[in-house]
Design a protein around this ligand. Structure first.
Ligand SMILES: Cc1cc2nc3c(=O)[nH]c(=O)nc-3n(C[C@H](O)[C@H](O)[C@H](O)COP(=O)(O)O)c2cc1C
Length: 212
């Protein structure tokens, strides 16, 4: 296949994105942010939310006996997705434990982990004035270790979240909606670019290319 065809094909597919939030709270701003993202996603992107609350703490003994069902499902959802969106609250300047657990499982086994090489976009909401800036830095660092392809800044930091969502947890702040839309479009292009790079690499490595 010509390299131009490879690029064309990579651009034509729908982008299937899975999303999860580091909060199990019913009134969670971060879950609400993911719902807003689902509604504002570009036409060529679908976003489906998955739950991470059933994941057990990472334990190498449990892993050695075989991943529990919740872990199998979580890993499969990430592997099948073209990209992942994570909405993180900020707990004590970092990410919540439930999210650490998800990253731990998603980073196993090393080298072939579901998060390795995966395109990931971060966002976060907090009632404070810094809008999860420190939690996102923390999360970016963890994802760097597992070689995820994390969308570079600018970040989406939803500060004063209680003023940006209404009582039904709809994102009503116009400026935030615009920044969220822009981030989602940038993420779509990021996934497409990575897809083209991967497809071109595969094409160049194939015996038919004569360029091994
Ligand atoms: C244990 C704990 C620690 C927190 N630490 C921070 C923090 O360091 N910075 C911050 O902005 N908010 C902090 N908060 C407030 C959370 O940002 C706030 O509860 C937020 O709404 C949680 O996200 P959610 O709405 O998605 O559940 C903390 C909350 C808890 C329960």
């Amino acid at each position: 296949m010509l390299e131009a065809d490879v690029a064309e094909q990579a651009l034509n597919d729908v982008l299937r994105v899975v999303a999860f939030a580091g909060s199990q709270r019913r009134g969670s701003f971060n879950r609400a942010l993911l719902e807003a993202a689902r509604q504002l996603a570009p036409g060529r992107m679908t976003i489906s939310s998955i739950e991470i609350g059933d994941l057990p703490f990472y334990n190498a003994d449990v892993e050695a006996e075989g991943d529990p069902v919740a872990v199998v499902e979580f890993k499969a959802a990430i592997r099948a997705a073209d990209g992942v969106i994570i909405a993180t609250p900020e707990y004590n300047d970092g990410i919540p434990g439930v999210l650490t657990t998800a990253i731990d499982w998603g980073s196993r086994p090393p080298g072939i982990a579901p998060l390795t090489g995966k395109s990931v976009a971060l966002m976060g909401a907090s009632p404070s004035q810094i809008g999860t800036a420190r939690a996102q830095l923390h999360l970016r660092q963890l994802l760097g270790h597992v070689h995820a392809r994390t969308l570079p800044p600018p970040e989406l930091l939803v500060a004063a979240a209680h003023e940006r969502f209404d009582a039904e947890l709809r994102l009503t702040h116009e400026g935030t909606r615009r920044v969220l839309s822009a981030l989602l479009e940038r993420f779509a292009r990021w996934i497409e670019r990575e897809r083209i790079a991967d497809a071109a690499e595969r094409a160049l490595a194939s015996p038919a290319s004569g360029r091994r």
